[in-house]
Design a protein around this ligand. Sequence first.
Ligand code: COA
Length: 320
Amino acid sequence: MKKRSVVCGISSFLPENTLTNFDLEKIVDTSDEWITTRTGIKTRHVVGDSQYVHDISVKSAQTTLERAQITPEMIDCVLVATTTSEKRCPSSAARVQDMIGAKNAFAFDIQAACSGFIYGLAIADSFIKSETCKNILLIGADTLTLFTDWTDRSTCILFGDGAGSCIVRAPTEGDDRGIVTTKLYSDGSKHDLITIENSEKNCFRGYMTMRGQAVFKCGIENMYQAMVDVLEQTNMTFDDIDWIVPHQANKRIFDSMHKIKGIPIEKVILTIDHHANTSSASIPLALDEAINSGKVRQGDTVMLTALGAGIVWSAAIVKL
Ligand code: COA
C-alpha cells in the first residue's frame, strides 16, 4: 500500500460582511442579471476594516487544529498561499505562526495566485515525503477586495474574500488516504493577463487588472489539460474521481468544459454563487462546505484544479 501525505482538518472562514450584486448595482453600471448570467456569482463576503489575510487565516486555522486534533506546538511548518498580504513583508505565514502559537514551526508565504492552495499541497507533500516535517498547516487566504478598483465593472464584480485551511501530515501505516498526485505549471509569457501593479512609491495598494476573455479561454484549456495529465499520471479516468473541486472563477468555465471537453459536470462542486472568486481560498472553502453538507465524505477521491495570474495552473488528486 502506497504511503501518502494525509490531508485532514479541512476548514474555512468567511468574513461577516457581504456584498450582493444588488449592492454592486449602486456602485458601478452593472446588473444582477449580467453578473449572474456571465459569472454565476450572486453575492460575496468582504473583509471589514482592519481585517487582513493573517486575521482570517487564523480563524480558519483554529478550526483546522480542532478538527485535526493537533496542538499548535505539533505544527512544524505554516504555509500561507496568498497574493494579498497586508504587508509586502513580513509574510502572512509568520504572522499566523505567532498568532496561533505554533512556536516550533517555520513559516513562509506561497505566491501562486489562484493556484496557491494546490501549489501549497505540492510543497507540503514534498516536505512530508522528505521527512522534513510531520504536521504542516496549509492555508489559502485572500482579500482581493482590498486590491479591487471599484470603478472597473469588469473586475470589481468578480472577487470575494475568505480563508481555508488543512493539515498535511505524515502517513499512517496501512492507510491509503492522502495526496495521490499533484502537477504544477507556469507560462510567464502570459504575465500580463492578470496583474496587480505596485503602486507609486507604495503609498497606495495597486489594483487588479484582468483580460477576462483571454483568461477565460486559458481557464478552459489549461485546467482541462492539467486534469487529464494527473489522470494519465495515475492511470485513472474521470470514473475514478468522486468529485471535482475547481478554483471558483466563473461558472461558465465549467459549463464550457462540460460542453466542449465532456467533463462530468455532475461531479463539479461549485460555490461561486455565494463565495465569488476568493483566489487561493476558493478550493478549501468549497471543499469544507461540501464536506459539512455531507456531499463529500471521508474516503472520497477528489480532483482539484486551478488557474491564476502568472499564468500558473495546477491539478491534484487527493483521497480524503
Ligand atoms: N456589467 C455589465 N456589463 C459589463 C460588465 C458588468 N459588470 N463587465 C463588462 N461588461 C460589458 C463590457 O463592457 C462589454 O460591453 P461591450 O460589448 O459594449 O464592449 C460586454 O459586457 C462584454 O464584456 P466581456 O469582457 O467580453 O464579457 P465576458 O463575457 O468575457 O465576461 C468576465 C467577463 C470577466 C466575467 C469573463 O471574461 C471571465 O470570467 N473571465 C475569466 C476570469 C477568470 O477565470 N479568472 C481566474 C483567474 S483570477
